[in-house]
Design a protein around this ligand. Structure first.
Ligand code: NAP
Length: 517
């Protein structure tokens, strides 16, 4: 069986014993194995800090952008092989696989362009100079410089490609070396991307490492100028945040965690209208794309009470058309969940929702296409109706990380704002409406609880990729339950990897210093 090694200290490392087996979640066939037993995490981090940091910091933004472009190209050139691996190890359809792999190359390409725009500089100015005394000479200028540590990236199982690409793009452009740790169960795509990057010798030695397998003591060796960017479950995030050196040395931590994302159908969006159709399209896509294993997927669907029955009927009809099975079979439109644990968690979540709402779709016989009998981690697209949004509890508290959503009825804009906010902070909410006043009330009522609010109206409905797509130009993250983190957002994405410092002194001297940087 293929061994997925780690790349640390400038060499490939294969762990001894206790290997974790990666499987095809449609058939449960073993694909590869990975172990990190015996890996010296402290040495891996020191090597990245000491060997990878200085050469990266010596480069300008434009030169770092060139590195990202080369990474993007190597992924794109090897796209077919990566898509194949993503389907086999992740369980998604080809279209799901593209979402991950093209997401990685696309985000790297976007940040490559940004590097070119930032040009031949090594520091970022943050705002204008400000006068600090009565005379004009004594001024302050905020600057952003790369932190002289290592950026550790711990990723969730659902986006091994994009998760790697979006985090590495910001870190490398900011000038920090990276140690990437994909989730073990679906690490194949990340491992292959790492192999391609290493083989092509794109980055300076030490600037890129990958730990393929369990993280072990990795986080315990972090130091004050290091950063930890984590994507995954809220409880894992809480454990990592409490690790002694992280607390003691104020290691900067970014968390992208759970989210009960909402889609809100406006009272004006009548069935049959373009806006209503866009709403059906986006909700259906989000429930089924990547088998619902998307941090941004719509979990709560809010519809005006009068139209809710129609919404349930229309969504129910669309969801019932999906063909569940092995994504390598031609007719299959939704694959399995990624792991056996995921299947257990999703089934438990469905039971929890069923205890307080009515099951509308998802209760039929499950005979996945092209799969040996009894094999694979499958669930049907599942839709619940929740008529009492005010009393419902689980739907606002428990993220079922699979193809599952609930439709909730509402009466007035103020009610829907309050109900959406019960999610405790989310990554994204979308509003489907053309009524400017209602959009204003809802969008501004929920925006402080979300990293992103997407307004879908008739005139742009066909130009939008849907709220589940994270675009590098806008931030990704959200408050509260969503982890309180923030990634991407163009140049904003570099802040996490940079130290902001206020230079104070003589205007002419500071201008010369900043010009030099
Ligand atoms: P998870 O179980 O929390 O694992 C996430 C990552 O943390 C994996 O790489 C895992 O490695 C690692 N990990 C676990 N325990 C660790 C420890 N003690 N020290 C260091 N690393 C550790 O989450 P998941 O099941 O992969 O992902 C599902 C969750 O992620 C969902 O709740 C979803 O909402 C969330 N998510 C959020 C976003 C976002 O952007 N907000 C995106 C995607 C997913 P191993 O695999 O080796 O255990």
């Amino acid at each position: 069986m293929q061994v997925l090694a780690s790349y640390v200290c400038g060499a490939w490392f294969e762990g001894k014993g206790n290997a974790h087996v990666l499987v095809n979640p449609a058939t449960e066939e073993p694909l590869a194995q990975a172990s990190t037993e015996g890996l010296d995490h402290a040495a891996a981090l020191s090597f990245a800090r000491e060997r990878g940091g200085p050469p990266l910091r010596a480069l300008t933004f434009a030169e770092r952008g060139d590195l990202l472009r080369a990474m993007s190209r190597v992924i794109h050139t090897n796209r077919d092989g990566l898509l194949d691996l993503a389907m086999k190890n992740g369980g998604g359809t080809r279209s799901d696989a593209k979402f991950d792999v093209d997401g990685a190359s696309g985000t790297l390409a976007y940040y490559a362009d940004l590097g070119k725009e930032l040009g031949p500089r090594k520091l970022l100015l943050d705002g204008e100079t400000v006068q600090l005394s009565r005379g004009p000479r004594f001024v302050g200028q905020h600057v952003l410089l790369p932190r002289r540590g290592v950026a550790v990236h711990i990723n969730a199982f659902n986006f091994p490609g994009w998760g790697l690409g979006e985090k590495v793009a910001c870190a490398v452009l900011a000038g920090m070396p990276v140690v990437v740790k994909p989730a073990t169960s679906t690490a194949f795509v990340a491992f292959r991307i790492a192999e391609l990057i290493v083989e092509a010798k794109i980055l300076p030695e030490g600037a890129f490492s990958i730990i393929t397998g369990p993280a072990g003591t990795l986080v315990e060796h972090l130091q004050g100028e290091d950063v930890l960017s984590f994507t995954g479950g809220g409880s894992t995030a809480a454990t990592l945040r409490a690790i002694a050196p992280v607390v003691r040395d104020s290691v900067r931590v970014n968390v992208e965690a759970d989210s009960l994302n909402s889609a809100i159908l406006g009272a004006d969006a009548e069935p049959g209208s373009d806006t209503y159709d866009a709403f059906l399209r986006d909700v259906t896509r989000d429930i089924t794309q990547k088998t619902g294993q998307k941090c941004t997927a719509i979990r709560r669907v809010f519809a005006p009470r009068a139209v809710a029955p129609q919404v349930l009927e229309d969504l129910g009809a669309r969801l019932s058309e999906f063909v569940v099975g092995d994504p390598s079979a031609e007719r299959v439109t939704m694959g399995p969940l990624a792991t056996a644990q995921q299947l257990r968690d999703v089934r438990a979540g469905i039971e929890r929702l069923a205890a307080e709402s009515k099951l509308v779709v998802g209760d039929g016989p499950l005979e996945p296409l092209g799969v040996p009998r009894g094999k694979g981690y499958f669930v049907l697209p599942t839709l619940f109706a929740q008529t009492d949004a005010a009393r419902a509890k689980a739907v606002h508290e428990h993220e079922v990380f699979g193809p599952v959503a609930s439709v909730l009825s509402y009466d007035a804009a103020a009610d829907v704002v309050a109900a959406v906010r019960r999610g405790g902070g989310g990554l994204v909410a979308s509003i489907y409406s053309d009524d400017r006043r209602a959009i204003g009330d809802i969008a501004l009522g929920i925006a402080s609880a979300h990293g992103r609010v997407v307004v879908v109206s008739a005139k742009i409905a066909d130009q939008m990729p849907g709220p589940g797509t994270v675009l590098p130009q806008s931030i990704h993250g959200g408050p509260g339950r969503a982890g309180g983190g923030e990634e991407l957002g163009g140049v904003r994405g570099l802040s996490f990897y940079s130290q902001r410092s206020a230079l104070q002194g003589d205007r002419a001297i500071l201008e010369a210093v900043c010009e030099k940087g």
